[in-house]
Design a protein around this ligand. Structure first.
Ligand SMILES: C[S@@+](CC[C@H](N)C(=O)[O-])C[C@H]1O[C@@H](n2cnc3c(N)ncnc32)[C@H](O)[C@@H]1O
Length: 223
């Protein structure tokens, strides 16, 4: 059957690293199962669960987990070297409140119950700048619908980007969706990071290149 929906979930970009050295293969085989989403359960008492989509090398997720021990964090990153980096750090620091997946985050969202997450982070998603690739963008009307379903009432989605075209498109789609409040009263609400954390690789790169990251926070309305 032909699929006419341009935003149907499909994972684009780099998934596998070219070749993994023995140390990385060892981490994947022996350590990853200790933190893998699905293999290691999430306790029923974890009612404050945050999800990072596309965590890259995992700097932000690691920082959040270390500094918020009362919360559970889930991260999805299909780029294997990034996931291996986070697994190694999580294991070294004996972090208990992170679950990691190398699957497509949108497939993971589809397995979650309604109103499951308190926050979703999407930091520096691939901007796919060419017009013919816009349909590959992670933040699109289909996925905004999914974010809305899995977020608790007043749950937040926190986004960072340094790509003006993508920022416009994100704002356009969220405001058109009409089921989120854009938390923005003054200019510093989008020029300064609205949550404490360390800088991710792409955040550092943007700042180094004077790209001025923009931070967008949307709160689920109780409609
Ligand atoms: C530009 S990088 C940013 C990485 C990191 N957030 C940072 O700020 O350094 C975007 C990441 O999103 C990941 N990604 C893209 N689509 C994804 C999806 N559907 N599920 C999970 N991760 C995804 C990519 O693999 C890539 O590592």
């Amino acid at each position: 059957m032909r699929n006419d929906n341009p935003y149907m979930s499909k994972l684009y970009g780099r998934k596998k690293s070219r070749s993994l050295n023995t140390h990385s293969q060892d981490i994947l085989k022996n350590l990853f199962p200790k933190y893998k989403l699905g293999d290691v359960s999430i306790s029923a008492i974890d009612d404050d669960i945050e999800f990072e989509i596309g965590f890259g090398y995992g700097e932000h997720l690691l920082w959040q987990a270390i500094n918020n021990k009362n919360k559970m964090f889930i991260g999805a990153e299909p780029f294997i070297s990034g996931a291996i980096n986070l697994v190694r750090d999580v294991n070294e620091k004996q972090i208990k409140n992170i679950r990691i997946s190398t699957d497509d985050a949108i497939d993971i969202l589809d397995t979650m119950a309604d109103c499951y997450l308190s926050s979703i982070y999407i930091l520096f998603p691939d901007p796919w700048p060419k017009k013919r690739h816009h349909k590959r963008r992670l933040i699109n009307p289909n996925n905004i619908h999914k974010f809305h379903r899995v977020l608790k009432r007043s749950g937040k989605i926190l986004i960072a980007s340094d790509h003006k075209g993508y920022i416009h498109s994100i704002l356009f789609h969220f405001l058109r969706d009409n089921r989120f409040d854009w938390i923005c009263e003054k200019s510093s609400d989008f020029t300064q990071k609205p949550f404490p954390s360390t800088q991710s690789k792409y955040e550092k790169k943007a700042i180094r290149n004077d790209q001025n990251p923009v931070y967008l926070t949307f709160k689920k309305l109780s409609l």
